[in-house]
Design a protein around this ligand. Structure first.
Ligand SMILES: Nc1nc2c(ncn2[C@@H]2O[C@H](COP(=O)(O)OP(=O)(O)OP(=O)(O)O)[C@@H](O)[C@H]2O)c(=O)[nH]1
Length: 252
């Protein structure tokens, strides 16, 4: 979702510093460096947009427009390497009475298919939002039946302790059962917790991608990249040759 006062897609947010621009980008970029694609999922009003905005801008802005599913992008440095990070915000999901148990817009399904890593969010003040997580994860699994799914579980609104409906140990147990880590965070009060959560997921995604060159580890809906010589590998070899030349010239 776009924040109130943000520029229209295609323009830059002039209020951010150079490092924290929110830049709407086309969905199918051709980037040379690694790309990490993350989707943020959860029930209504749990703070999905607030978490993304907090992570990207370090700011909390109280009110957000109705969710339009914005895609955000920025460069981050992970373990000394520059990575293009794309974060997809999504409309809310909701529990249904039918056997599938979950209502998910088609747009969300496409985002799930597209993504490499998943932030599942509930609010610690809303037990119903917690109840959507398990069916939501099953839904992700149905879309990606095989393979490792990098996932974190975020219990947001940890500043509202007095309104807590979900104990921390329930969050931890659920996260463990999904094969992920639980983070309790407050988009409203704290940047560090939010940052730690996203960073952890990025690292999990990089690991799952196997340190590759950013190509998807599984077939993607739209993101199949043309088979070309592996430029990363060529560059790596080129650098190796150069550095061995430098070494040998300095040792002479
Ligand atoms: N107290 C508190 N309020 C928060 C926090 N994060 C978000 N909110 C508030 O919760 C409300 C919903 O936040 P959003 O970021 O719009 O939530 P969302 O999950 O994107 O909502 P949907 O558009 O319904 O999908 C807003 O009023 C936020 O100000 C938090 O950590 N603490």
């Amino acid at each position: 979702m776009r924040q109130t006062g943000d520029p229209a897609p295609g323009t830059m947010n002039s209020s951010g510093s150079g490092n924290f621009l929110l830049v709407p980008i086309p969905e199918y970029p051709l980037l040379d460096n690694k790309t990490v694609k993350i989707v943020v999922l959860g029930a209504s009003n749990v703070g999905k947009t607030a978490l993304i905005v907090r992570f990207l801008t370090k700011r909390f802005i109280g009110d957000y427009e109705a969710n339009t599913g914005a895609l955000y992008s920025r460069k981050v440095t992970l373990d000394g390497e520059e990575v293009s990070l794309q974060i997809q915000d999504t409309p809310c999901v909701s529990l249904q009475d039918d056997p599938e148990g979950l209502y998910c817009q088609e747009q969300i399904n496409r985002s799930i298919y597209w993504a490499d890593g998943y932030v599942l969010v509930f609010s610690i003040t809303d037990h119903n939002s917690y109840r959507t997580i398990q069916p939501l994860y099953q839904h992700v699994r149905r879309i990606h039946p095989s393979g490792n799914i990098p996932v974190i579980l975020v219990g947001n609104k940890s500043d509202l302790l007095r309104a807590r409906q979900v104990p921390a140990d329930e969050g931890e147990t659920l996260a463990a059962s999904l094969g992920g880590v639980y983070f309790e965070a407050s988009a409203r009060e704290n940047h560090e917790g939010v940052h730690a959560a996203f960073l952890h997921l990025c690292q999990e995604v990089i690991r799952a991608l196997g340190g590759g060159n950013g190509e998807k580890r599984r077939g993607g809906l739209h993101l199949a990249r043309p088979k070309s010589p592996n430029m990363q590998e060529l560059k790596r070899r080129f650098r190796q040759v150069l550095s061995s030349k430098v070494k040998s010239s300095t040792t002479i």
